[in-house]
Design a protein around this ligand. Structure first.
Ligand code: ADP
Length: 502
């Protein structure tokens, strides 16, 4: 593993113009507005300031929710015909595609991830969200029902039907690991359903959300349908989560904040979808194809420097392949080149901040002190404090924090097992239940393990594969509800039954 920190400037005119365009504002009812308070966002690789952002608080939350409520019933949105809404979503996808290089540069600079991760993974993922739900806008259907309970007066009939109505104003609160993609995963189904939105991106990584809102307005999104508030979770995020005008919170982030949101949402019993933390196992069976499993498991933990909710941070390997897998994983970790996200030579960028790298370092130090053995990496870099080396640790016991808590960094624990039942017991020995992968050439082992692991997604012979068609949610403390697919759309709709005597 090498670190070569050569800072790179963005190449696209769009990213340069955006960064040079002065302090960023919030968006309320189609107007960009400055706030009295501001904060800075920085390039985590270098610490250099990137932009000054508006720091919204309770007053701005009030105004944004009022705008979203008004837009909900304004005819330009409420009466927009379903195919027109679909066409608008498709146009937003086209706009993201036309600006993909620029958005990828902004994401890389703001979050630290490599340009390639943003440009060829996450931005296409965001485009796909809008295209997938574009098709659904004209396929939201109610049902006609013949009730069985009779009703006087005689001779009359009872008829009923259901309407699927938008749930109302949605507060979309997103994390810093994959900012544009996480925003798209909430905006696309919300708009498809006819909701209006107040988007609150993570304070560390708000730039692409701002640019996305500009592009959505240019694509023809009516004023007030999406409002954007930048600022801190405990301030503006909390104000939104408590606001009685917000019908639903769509949240991706930590389990800790998910728990806080349960309390914040109780006043008006907001509907919540919570996509929370994970401690996802990768189970490598004795018949696995190592030419797939070694790079696949490595990507499953090291991609985006491990800042992925489904990151495979526990690797269980059947004894026969343990040595080969441990060696292979350590080799993969060692050959990754660390550097600035916009440097084409970098395989991995920094973590989102020096603080996050320090948290990761503390987990590894704790593991070492408790007797774990570092097979690769294990260190940060004094000269570049947001970076942390891709790390493989052996000898991690089930009680260690390294094995139990979400690290959100490029660190995985590797452990041998003998029998599949033992692997299942280890894999399920967690409060989380977000995802898992099973690596095997046996069809029956694949299905048996997939059925027995308690996780919202189980991959076989791959890890961290996503597509908008695939429902994505967490069991246990990994969350409530699912995103993506038809199930994801349900979260933004309510059923009204109309029952009549005719
Ligand atoms: P991460 O671990 O990815 O930083 P967090 O759960 O801390 O995740 O944050 C995810 C999102 O939740 C961010 O946009 C953050 O600002 C927001 N947030 C944090 N605390 C609160 C809160 N008390 N109420 C509402 N939103 C919050």
């Amino acid at each position: 593993m090498t670190l070569s920190l050569i800072p790179h400037a963005p190449k696209t005119e769009g990213a340069r113009a955006f960064l040079q365009g002065g302090a960023k504002k919030i968006l309320i009812d189609g107007e960009w507005i400055a706030t009295a308070a501001t904060f800075e966002t920085t390039d985590p690789a270098t610490g250099a300031p990137l932009a000054t952002l508006a720091r919204a608080g309770a007053a701005e939350a009030e105004a944004a929710v009022a705008a979203a409520q008004a837009a909900l019933s304004r005819p330009d949105w409420a009466r927009m015909l379903p195919m027109a809404r679909g066409a608008l979503l498709w146009k937003i996808a086209d706009a993201i595609e036309a600006h993909a290089d620029e958005l990828a540069e902004l994401e890389s600079l703001d979050q630290g991830k490599t340009f390639a991760t943003a440009r060829f993974g996450e931005i296409p993922g965001a485009i796909a969200q809008f295209r997938y739900y574009a098709g659904y806008a004209s396929k939201i259907l109610g049902t006609a029902i013949t009730p069985s309970i009779g009703y006087a007066p005689a001779g009359k009939q009872v008829m009923a039907y259901t309407r699927r109505e938008p749930i109302g104003v949605v507060a979309a609160i997103t994390p810093w690991n994959s900012p544009l993609l996480m925003a798209a995963m909430k905006l696309a189904p919300a708009l498809c359903a006819g909701c209006t939105v107040v988007l609150k991106p993570a304070e560390e990584t708000s730039l692409t959300a701002i640019r996305l809102c500009e592009l959505m307005l240019e694509a023809g999104l009516p004023a007030g349908v999406v409002n954007l508030l930048t600022g801190f979770g405990a301030e503006v995020g909390d104000a939104l989560a408590r606001h009685p005008g917000v019908a639903k919170v769509a949240f991706t982030g930590s389990t800790e904040v998910g728990r806080i949101l349960l309390g914040s949402a109780r006043g008006n019993l907001k509907k919540l979808t919570l996509e929370l933390g994970g401690k996802s196992p990768a189970i490598v069976m004795a018949d696995a194809d190592l030419s797939l499993a070694i790079p696949g498991v490595a990507r499953g933990i090291f991609a985006n420097s491990g800042q992925v909710c489904v990151a495979g941070s526990r690797v269980y390997v059947q004894r026969k392949l343990y040595e080969a897998m441990a060696e292979g994983l350590a080799r993969e970790a060692g050959r990754l080149r660390l550097g600035h996200g916009l440097d084409p030579a970098s395989d991995l960028g920094p973590l989102v901040s020096p603080d996050q790298a320090a948290r990761v370092a503390a987990y590894v130090a704790g593991g070492r002190a408790a007797g774990a053995e570092v097979l690769a990496g294990g260190t940060g870099f004094a000269e570049a404090p947001a970076f942390f080396a891709p790390t493989v640790v052996a000898g991690v016991t089930p009680d260690m924090a390294l094995m139990r808590e979400e690290i959100f960094g490029p660190v995985t624990a590797i452990t041998p097992f003998d029998e599949p039942e033992e692997a299942l017991a280890l894999a399920n020995d967690t409060d989380y239940g977000l995802a898992a992968s099973v690596w095997t050439e046996s069809l029956s082992a694949a299905h048996r393990m997939a059925a027995a692991v308690r996780a919202g997604t189980v991959w076989v012979n791959c890890h961290s594969y996503f597509s908008p068609e695939l429902p994505k949610g967490g069991m246990k403390t990994s969350g409530w509800g699912v995103e993506n697919g038809p199930n994801g759309l349900e979260n933004y709709l309510e059923t009204k039954t109309v029952c009549m005597v005719v």
